[in-house]
Every structure is written in structure tokens, then in C-alpha cells.
Design a protein around this ligand. Structure first.
Ligand code: C2E
Ligand code: MG
Ligand code: MG
Length: 568
């Protein structure tokens, strides 16, 4: 390769450093056949030339004994300087003892004075230049030109090699810059580059003491591996501390760190770092923590959630989502009377089995998928109500849950009315439950939507009342028809005085607003008795019944005496 390059490229430049003129000339003449030769008369002159021309010099021929600065000192300077250390050095010597010490000092080869074998000298020069150029080619593939850290591929290759000899406990560390693209956009790419270089040099310094290696895996993502250090957290802390003291012209930077503690050495190294990166990504937008540890349970949860999101559409198509009905009983008379029901969704997943709404409702609320699911429930519930109306002549009103995201659907009203119309139902047949926290989130919009719905004849229940932060002032302006007391008050009313007082408070508020209260989560007679004595009119809870599949709820309707006469 080198021979070909030699023909197409200009001659390589060789620096001869020698204080004796005659020697300089002899050597210069020998080298001039193949190289462009420049000379220095002492060490200091050589260093000055090198600082100017480091990039273009391919080889240094260095005498050891010189005035001003000797050859050993030049060698030391070259080896400590990153730009100069890429130039090979051949020491010129008369003294055999000096050979060993100069090779130890970083020389690559030596040539003996006097110069009586020109061919040998040329051959040695060529070989050394060749070796260095090949090494440089490899270096450029293995390191990132911007930061000098390893490239990702070489990083993992080296880990595999080191791992053959290592079995100590080890943490994988991933480091990343919050909003790095913004720094680039706002402050310019050169500022961005400067930041990346500073982080890389800080990491390198820290690793120097721990024999670790690092790479820049992507634009602003750094991977750190220390085979013998189990305290990844301490390494990360030191790097963060060092970086916190650094300021860049105008950019404020914030680093995040993900650590996969005690990696499982049976897994491939890429996976150790994928997991550390997951922890790191989890910190996005979290301004209270800079370091997060990978947690396999959290990871499993994330995978599970991704699976649920992936499977939702198919499950809707296949009707794997099933609507259950939980009866609500009026308790204001002598005997409890079935008044209405709440439609509650269940997911009979074909592979994962029964999944509770607590596992997927908050997930789908978070990403907007809930809208699709809610519509499905409304339609399924409407179908059943119509069927029962057909069969029994009267229909129990069924309440459905309306998520806060539905409130922002401009077609909400039309959608609901469309479903009713399709099934021959009216707004009296379908009650709407809206959770209290939706009211406090977006009060104005909600009040407007709810007012419109009520104008069309819908009745609105405020769900989970007491769990949100409605102000008393807001409650007076809010249009609602029923309060559903948050279940935790009922759950604790027999256990602590405070919950009992809160139940009373909700009852007072309902009297003030002149609306009935539904108490959810009633499981025991004692709870029912107290609620009844407080004036609560409607109960929903396991005491009467768990949520039932449609056919069992239908049996319940059938058993309910004198159904046709009942005024729902
Ligand atoms: P929620 O709307 O407040 O529904 C009441 C929850 O309390 C139901 O849980 C019901 O099974 C449970 N429950 C009723 N009585 C008792 C009792 O005596 N003891 C106990 N321990 N629990 C009782 P579920 O079905 O697991 O639903 C949980 C939540 O998921 C619901 O709370 C609702 O917020 C949401 N959800 C359920 N179905 C849907 C739906 O179709 N759409 C939307 N957006 N949310 C739904
Ligand atoms: Mg509800
Ligand atoms: Mg509720």
C-alpha cells in the first residue's frame, strides 16, 4: 500500500535533528533520495519546527547529545504531546548503552553512527513510517475524531477482549446531555463540539485512574466501562462534579447518567449498555435527579406496557375487551332497590389472561388511546341497554366513564348522541361519569362541555369526588347531577375518624349542591348503615355485587321483582 501511495503522493518529510554539520549533511544526502529532508541543529530548534509542522512530518531522526536541548528531552516532549506522539522517532547514536534507554523513552528504532550502510538506513526509515501510517489508519477507525474516545464498534470489541480476563462485579454507565440538539441550535455546533470534547476529556481523566474505556456511542451519548470498578455511581458522581464546575460561554448543560449495576456477564455487553441507557432515558425531563439505576422490574413493566399498546387495536377488533356491569342500589327506602349500573371494562387478553383496568386505563389515558377504548365501551353498553329494554320493557340507566381527554373531543356530543340514536336510546339511558380531577385540570372547558351535554339531557356524575382539588368556589359553579364519593373514604371510614368526617363533609356538600351521593366501595353492612344514617341514597359496592358480565347482570335484572313497574 505504501509504495503505491508513495508514487501518487508528494515525498514524505523527514526531520533530521543533529548538531554536527557533517553528519547532518551525510544523512541528509542519503535520505534525499526518497524523502524531503528538513534539519534542526539542536533539540529546541527541533521542537520549534515540530510545533509548526507537526502534521507534515512523517519521521524524526534524532541525535541524543546536542547543545541547548538534548535528544532525550525532545523524545520526552514528543511522547507527551498528543499531536507529536503520532510521529515515529529513530534515534541516532554511537553509544550502545543509549539504545536501551532511548527505546524505553519511546524511540521506535535506532541507527548507528557512522552512516556506512545507506540502504539499511533507508530500509529502516521506510519500515517505521509504514508501521505508523498503518497504525494511524487503524486509530482513525477506532477513535472518534471529535473526542478521541473509541468508536462504538471498537469499544465493544475491546470490552469482549478485556472480559476474557475479568470477572469482578462491574457497572455499565451511560451518560447523555439533556437537550443537546437545542444547545447546537441555539449556541452553534462549535460550542456543541466544545462541550462534547470537554465531557470526553473529563471522562478520560477519570478513567485514567481506573483503567476503563469509553466511547461516544451517538451524538451526545457516552458509554463508560471499567472492568474492575464496581462503584459506577462514584465514577459518575466524580464526572458530574467535575462537569458542574465547568461553564461554557453561554450554554447551560445538564448531564444525565444511567447505571446498570452489576451487569449480568452472561448477557452480551451491548445489552448491559442498552439497559443503562434505558435508565438514562428515563431521566428525560426530570430536573430533580441526574443519576438513575436500571431496574429490571421497571424494564419489564415498560415492555409489558409496550405490549399492551401494541395489542389494543387487535383486541378491540376481536372483542377481547368485555364490558362488565356493577349495579348501584338505592337505599333510601325500606329495601335496597336496583337503580342503575356502571359499565366497567375488562380485558380478556388472549395470551396474557385477564388484565385489570388499573393496568391499562392510566396507560391509555397517558397516550390518548383511551378515547378509542371509551367509544368501544359506550357502544357495547348502549347495545346491552337496548337489548334489556327490548327484553324487559324498561331499561336501567348505565353510567359510562368519560375520560378527561374525551372532553377535548369537539365531536363528543355528536358521538354520544349518534350511539344513542343507533340503538334507539335517549340521554336518560346513559349517565356520564367524569372524574373530579378533570374538573380541576381544565375547569373552563369542562364546564362548557358539561353544560352543553346537560342541555341535551345527559346526566353527569362527578366520579372519585374528594380525590381531586375542587375549590368550594368551583363546586358552586359546576354543573353536575350526582356526586360519587371517592372510594378511599368509604374504605377507611370504619378505621379512622378523619375518613368518617370526610364522608360527612361530602354529604354536606351534596346537600348544599342539592345532588344525590353514590358511595362506591361499600363492602360491609356497617359501612352501609353509617352512610344511610348520613343521608347517602345510592350504594355501589361488593356488599351488593361485584361488577358482573352482561349475561349475569341480565339474570339479576330478571330476578329483580316488578321490574317493569320500577321507575329508573
Ligand atoms: P371507577 O370509575 O371509580 O370505578 C369503580 C371501581 O371500583 C371499579 O374498579 C370497581 O370494580 C371498583 N369497586 C366497586 N365496588 C367495590 C368494592 O366494594 N370494593 C372494591 N375493592 N372495589 C370496588 P375497576 O373496574 O377495576 O376500575 C377501576 C377504574 O378504571 C375505574 O374507577 C375507572 O376509573 C377506570 N375504568 C374502568 N372502566 C373504564 C372505562 O370503560 N373507561 C375509562 N375511561 N375508565 C374506566
Ligand atoms: Mg366510574
Ligand atoms: Mg369512581
Amino acid at each position: 500500500m505504501n509504495r503505491i501511495l508513495r508514487n501518487v503522493r508528494a515525498k514524505r518529510k523527514v526531520l533530521v535533528v543533529e548538531d554536527e554539520r557533517i553528519n547532518r549533511e551525510i544523512l541528509g544526502n542519503i535520505l534525499a533520495q526518497d524523502y524531503e529532508v528538513i534539519c534542526a541543529e539542536n533539540g529546541q530548534e527541533a521542537v520549534d519546527i515540530l510545533r509548526e509542522e507537526a502534521d507534515s512530518v512523517s519521521l524524526i531522526l534524532l541525535d541524543l547529545m546536542m547543545p541547548v536541548m538534548n535528544g532525550e528531552e525532545v523524545l520526552r516532549i514528543c511522547r507527551e504531546d498528543r499531536a507529536l506522539s503520532r510521529i515515529p522517532v529513530i534515534v541516532i547514536t554511537q553509544d550502545e548503552d543509549a539504545e536501551v534507554s532511548s527505546i524505553r523513552g519511546g524511540a521506535d528504532d535506532f541507527i548507528k553512527k557512522p552512516y556506512n550502510m545507506p540502504e539499511v538506513i533507508l530500509a529502516r526509515c521506510e519500515r517505521i513510517i509504514d508501521l505508523y501510517e498503518k497504525k494511524e489508519l487503524i486509530d482513525s477507525a477506532e477513535t472518534d475524531p471529535l473526542t478521541g474516545l473509541y468508536t462504538r464498534d471498537f469499544f465493544f470489541e475491546y470490552i469482549r477482549q478485556i472480559e476474557k480476563y475479568s470477572d469482578a462485579e462491574m457497572d455499565a454507565i451511560v451518560m447523555d446531555i439533556e437537550h443537546f440538539h437545542l444547545i447546537n441550535e441555539i449556541h452553534g455546533h462549535s460550542e456543541g463540539d466544545q462541550i462534547l470534547r470537554k465531557i470526553a476529556s473529563t471522562i478520560t481523566e477519570e478513567l485514567g485512574e481506573n483503567y476503563g474505556i469509553a466511547c461516544r456511542s451517538a451524538a451526545d451519548t457516552f458509554y463508560i466501562y471499567c472492568a474492575d470498578v464496581s462503584e459506577g455511581g462514584a465514577i459518575a458522581d466524580r464526572i458530574l462534579k467535575e462537569m458542574s464546575g465547568v461553564s461554557f460561554q453561554s450554554a447551560k448543560i445538564r448531564l444525565r447518567v444511567g447505571i446498570n449495576k452489576h451487569v449480568n456477564r452472561l448477557d452480551p455487553p451491548e445489552q448491559w449498555f442498552d439497559h443503562a441507557k434505558l435508565a438514562c432515558d428515563g431521566l428525560r425531563g426530570d430536573y430533580t435527579h441526574q443519576v438513575a439505576y436500571y431496574d429490571s422490574a421497571a424494564h419489564d413493566r415498560q415492555l409489558y406496557h409496550e405490549r399492551l399498546i401494541r395489542d389494543m387495536d387487535r383486541s378491540i377488533e376481536h372483542k377481547d375487551f368485555v364490558v362488565f356491569f356493577q349495579p348501584k342500589y338505592g337505599i333510601d327506602g325500606d329495601k335496597p332497590v336496583l337503580r342503575s349500573a356502571e359499565a366497567l371494562i375488562r380485558w380478556k387478553h388472549p395470551e396474557l389472561g385477564m388484565i385489570s383496568p388499573g393496568d391499562f386505563i392510566p396507560l391509555f389515558e397517558g397516550n390518548g388511546l383511551i378515547q378509542k377504548l371509551d367509544r368501544y365501551v359506550w357502544e357495547e353498553a348502549a347495545l346491552k341497554i337496548a337489548h334489556w329494554k327490548d327484553r324487559f320493557g324498561v331499561a336501567v340507566p348505565v353510567s359510562v366513564n368519560v375520560s378527561r381527554i374525551d372532553i377535548f373531543d369537539p365531536n363528543l356530543e355528536d358521538r354520544l348522541l349518534g350511539i344513542l340514536k343507533k340503538n334507539g336510546l335517549t340521554t336518560k339511558d346513559l349517565l356520564l361519569e367524569i372524574t373530579e380531577s378533570a374538573y380541576s385540570d381544565s375547569a373552563d372547558r369542562l364546564i362548557e362541555v358539561v353544560n352543553n351535554l346537560r342541555d341535551r339531557g345527559f346526566r353527569i356524575e362527578m366520579d372519585d369526588f374528594g380525590s381531586g382539588y375542587s375549590s368550594l368556589n368551583m363546586l358552586t359553579t359546576i354543573p353536575i347531577d350526582v356526586l360519587k364519593m371517592d372510594m378511599k373514604f368509604v374504605r377507611n371510614m370504619l378505621k379512622d375518624e378523619k375518613s368518617l368526617k370526610l364522608c360527612e363533609l361530602v354529604m354536606d356538600i351534596s346537600r348544599f349542591l342539592d345532588v344525590p351521593v353514590v358511595a362506591e366501595g361499600v363492602e360491609e353492612q356497617a359501612q352501609l348503615d353509617i352512610l344511610k344514617s348520613m343521608g347517602c341514597q345510592i350504594i355501589q359496592g361488593y356488599y351488593f355485587s361485584k361488577p358482573l358480565p352482561a349475561d349475569q347482570f341480565e339474570e339479576l335484572l330478571e330476578r329483580s321483582a316488578d321490574l317493569s313497574a320500577k321507575n329508573f
